[in-house]
Design a protein around this ligand. Sequence first.
Ligand code: CU
Length: 193
Amino acid sequence: MKRNSILAVIAVLSFSLIASAGTISGKVSGVSGESVVYVDSIQGKTFPAPSKSPVIDQKGLMFQPHLTVVQQGTTVEFLNSDKVAHNVFWTSVGGNKKLGHNLGTWPQGEKRSFKFDNPGAAPLLCNVHPEMSAYIIVVPTPYYTTSDKSGEYKIENVPDGSYTVTAWHEGAKNQSKPVTVSGDTKADFTLSK
Ligand SMILES: [Cu+2]
């Protein structure tokens, strides 16, 4: 009997946990192509970074992929697959020039890594090839997504609550707005340069 009632309580609790998670969806307009949308830092909450390290390759004189989104605290590996030497540096993270860093220059087949502990966009460049560029967007929560090319996005499994949600797009100004999540919630953004 007692065990059954405990199981019943667990069942009710699990159901309420499932029921209190929602989605944030909408559209990012004013720009064309993929945007990144994420829930900003939540006071009193920290989220351990996933242990998996994404790899950004330098291949065919390009950073591949061009856009990488990682959770704060993630280590990113930079690989050079080209016959020529490449460099990786960024002048700031989230607009903060003190967080600029130069990883150096290295030959084909070698990798270097860096742990991104501060949130914001890191614009990647190679000082050997000025035409090479890419972005790492470091986000403070696991609640983030990349929109499709038309700007439509959906962030799933966001616990109900009030948050600041930010939209980022290459070359545009970030936009942040308060969003109260309760079930399926809509939030649209209009970005400008
Ligand atoms: Cu290069």
